[in-house]
Design a protein around this ligand. Structure first.
Ligand code: NAD
Length: 478
């Protein structure tokens, strides 16, 4: 069934349209949704609604905000199967992963329902006798949220929940690849009884996002997406003096030491590199392996890649779903070609699996013996493509891990505590995983990277309050 979607502005679903469509990447004959192209006027209306609702929302008791967030969480829990299946149909994650992501969104709302009550300031002794000095955390005003397609409910949740909890009104501009998921979130927020104008959503992707970035009544922009788009968002946001937070891509290294358990290392690399079709910013896309075990590791990882069943996201037994779009699939194959032209060895993959389904499928791929400066090790592919780099020892592995312009997540597989400790201290990344895939994070702790992967304050967990509030310092005399 194809649904026709609308924007959500000022508490009403409005401006239904069919200028754009989203398709099921597992079966391209299935049109999931038709939806309107939001433009500057649509964004103006959404921002006006958000600005109009800002004061009352910021002034509301934190208990009001906590109760509403809790209701949203409960609705997501209750609808997790239906919403998770829609996610699998529209984005291409496996059914279990879609349900898991929906449950994660529910837990994020539940977590921030509690955080709404914990927004606290400090009281200090003034340096001047007879004065009191205190800091208060206040909402920053309407915030614009721009989100990608690869976590189409978790990312809107991990931005919207803290924004709302701390008293900000919101305009969300979701990706054009997953509008139905954003629409479901808006429906749930509406049904929870959110006051009109507090949460708004404009469909239409980049055009809506850019209008939001340039709007003078938006106080802050939280963006997740590619480095290229992030650079444009940063330019627009700073030109209009907005607070800005960017979460961008990764080229996450996984170091495999010669002392590692080989089967464990292969399982970690396969999980980090191939699951969710490699479409995670934290995917383990370059694996740096000590020479003593490199060939044995590649052989086992290639065998694992060949054994994985690629197919429709909602099909029983599928282990790796489709790329999200034709463009993404073409990009995956293009990078395999580039890597081989530059001297990499195709160990397995880069084939379309044997399936009748009309989806964007690619067998998980391993490219061995790549050099650190090749494009495959410096540019994000965002597909089930893992490159390996052979290094002499741990010191060279660390050096290779630290190259390039990304610094999101980095992992090491080792049985040597000293190496694990050294890696934790010296790797240039925002998140470090020891004997774990580079992907897979908790929602109650900060998330983010270094260098070209992130810009601005951390997202998520106890760190989110820093971005979504501003500090007012208050002096009181007698
Ligand atoms: P993208 O950069 O193409 O788009 C991201 C969002 O920006 C979309 O909503 C898009 O409509 C919007 N947009 C496009 N042009 C814009 C403009 N000029 N101004 C404002 N907004 C604009 O990214 P994508 O393909 O949707 O997502 C994949 C990327 O996201 C990958 O690079 C991935 O690594 C990254 N990502 C990062 C994280 C993280 O937290 N670090 C998490 C998930 C995904």
């Amino acid at each position: 069934m194809t649904t026709t979607l609308s924007h959500y502005i000022g508490g009403a679903f409005t401006g239904a349209g069919d200028a754009l469509e989203s398709r099921n990447p597992s079966d391209t004959s299935d049109i999931v949704a038709r939806f309107p192209q939001g433009d500057t006027a649509t964004v103006d209306a959404a921002v006006a609604a958000a600005a109009g609702a800002q004061k009352a929302w910021a002034d509301a008791s934190p208990e009001v905000r906590a109760d509403l967030l809790e209701k949203i969480a409960q609705a997501l829990f209750a609808r997790s199967v239906e919403v998770g299946e829609l996610l699998a149909r529209e984005e291409g994650k496996l059914r279990g992963e879609g349900i898991g992501e929906t449950l994660r969104a529910a837990r994020i709302f539940r977590y921030f329902a509690g955080e709404a009550l914990r927004r606290h300031g400090l009281t200090l002794e003034s340096t001047r006798p007879g004065l009191d000095v205190a800091t208060h955390r206040e909402a920053i005003g309407p915030v614009g949220l721009i989100t990608p397609w690869n976590f189409p409910i978790a990312i809107p949740a991990w931005k919207a929940a803290p924004a709302l909890a701390f008293g900000n009104t919101v305009v969300l501009a979701p990706s054009n690849e997953t509008p139905a998921m954003a629409h479901v979130l808006a429906e749930i927020i509406h049904e929870a009884g959110m006051p009109a104008g507090v949460f708004n959503m404009v469909l239409g992707g980049g055009e809506a996002g850019a209008a939001l970035v340039n709007h003078s009544d938006i106080a802050a922009i939280s963006f997740t997406g590619s480095q290229g788009t992030g650079a444009k968002v940063l330019q627009g946001a700073t030109a209009t003096h907005k607070r800005v937070q960017l979460e961008m891509g990764g080229k996450n290294p996984l170091v495999v030491c010669a002392d590692a358990d080989l089967d464990k290392a292969v399982a970690i690399a396969a999980d980090g590199g191939f699951f969710q079709t490699g479409q995670r910013c934290t995917a383990s896309s370059r694996v740096i392996v000590e020479a003593a075990i490199h060939d044995a590791f590649v052989e086992k990882l290639a065998a694992k890649a060949r054994s994985l069943k690629v197919g429709g996201a909602l099909d029983e037994g599928t282990q790796v779903g489709p790329a999200n779009s034709q463009r993404q699939l073409e990009q995956n194959f293009r990078y395999v070609g580039i890597a081989c032209e530059e001297g990499g060895r195709l160990a397995t993959g880069a084939t379309e699996p044997d399936t009748d389904a009309s989806g964007y499928f690619m067998q998980p791929t391993v490219i061995a013996d790549t050099a650190p400066d090749m494009r495959i090790n410096n540019e994000e592919v965002f597909g089930p493509v893992v490159s390996t780099v052979r290094v002499a020892d741990y010191d060279e592995a660390l050096d290779v891990a630290n190259r390039g312009n990304f610094g999101l997540s980095a992992g090491i597989v080792t049985t040597n505590l000293a190496k694990a400790r050294d890696f934790r201290k010296n790797v240039r990344a925002g998140m470090v995983m020891i004997n774990l895939p580079t992907a897979g994070v908790d929602y109650h702790v900060p998330f983010g990277g270094t260098r070209g992967s992130s810009y601005g304050p951390r997202e998520q967990g106890f760190a989110a309050v820093d971005f979504y509030t501003q500090i007012k310092t208050v002096y009181t005399g007698d």
